[in-house]
Design a binder for this molecule. Structure first.
Ligand SMILES: Nc1nc2c(c(=O)[nH]1)N(C=O)[C@@H](CNc1ccc(C(=O)N[C@@H](CCC(=O)O)C(=O)O)cc1)CN2
Ligand SMILES: Nc1ncnc2c1ncn2[C@@H]1O[C@H](COP(=O)(O)OP(=O)(O)OP(=O)(O)O)[C@@H](O)[C@H]1O
Length: 187
């Protein structure tokens, strides 16, 4: 299947999920994450849920991070050049939805990509080799290419890996892990 068809397939699968399934599966993913050896780091990037796209509810992961006193980084997308700016999440961070329904920080303390230790990555589909497909604008490929080589890149997915390898392009950055409600994939 090509990227276009895979995006279509996984968007459709998501749309079939009920609100209570989304909550259960999101909680299961957060619980799987607790099994990983990733909790001794300092700075964690997490995406904020696009509810309209039936994405994973990342509130559970935010709660884990807050409970462990971690520094949390959230991002603001620039749709002119498909780049992201990163800000520290604090008690005073104002969050506003952009026109694509992505909740974003209005402003705050900027953080450079190189300082991020762990990045949780949204995706539509992934394969058993650690390739991922997103919405197709390359936001995360650009962001992850600016991180340091040691930054742990952890995909989060409601669904299991595609059996056939996804064709990767030169810019695609591979994941280190992908976590689903039932499984942890290590690449
Ligand atoms: N929560 C979250 N934040 C994220 C991402 C993500 O996947 N999830 N992204 C990951 O890269 C970036 C945003 N990527 C996006 C890329 C394209 C469109 C977009 O074109 N939306 C259209 C069409 C939607 C559709 O095809 O159904 C729209 O809303 O009109 C939205 C977000 C950065 N932030
Ligand atoms: N590091 C980069 N520098 C410049 N262009 C890039 C970079 N990474 C990706 N691109 C471009 O962005 C476009 C979309 O890439 P791709 O189809 O891999 O996105 P995706 O991984 O599905 O989406 P996303 O990363 O937004 O979730 C492609 O045209 C690609 O060439």
């Amino acid at each position: 299947m090509n990227k276009f068809d895979l995006r279509h397939k996984y968007k459709a699968l998501r749309q079939e999920l009920s609100e209570s399934q989304i909550e259960d599966l999101s909680l299961a993913i957060a619980n799987q994450l607790l099994k990983l050896n990733i909790w001794d780091k300092s700075l964690y990037h997490i995406f904020l849920t696009i509810e309209e796209q039936k994405e994973i509810n990342t509130e559970y992961i935010l709660n884990i991070l807050a409970g462990k006193d971690k520094n949390i980084v959230i991002s603001k997308s620039n749709f002119d050049d498909y780049s992201m700016k990163h800000y520290l999440l604090t008690d005073s961070t104002k969050i506003k939805k952009n026109k694509y329904n992505i909740p974003e920080p209005v402003d705050g303390i900027p953080i450079a990509s190189e300082n991020i230790d762990v990045a949780f990555v949204p995706l539509l589909a992934f394969d058993k080799l650690g390739n991922r497909i997103g919405y197709g604008k390359g936001f995360y490929d650009r962001f992850l290419s600016n991180c340091k080589p040691e930054t742990l890149k952890i995909g989060l997915s409601f669904f299991e890996a595609e059996d056939k390898a996804l064709d990767a392009s030169v810019n695609d950055i591979k994941l280190d892990y992908c976590v689903t409600p039932n499984e942890v994939f290590r690449f």
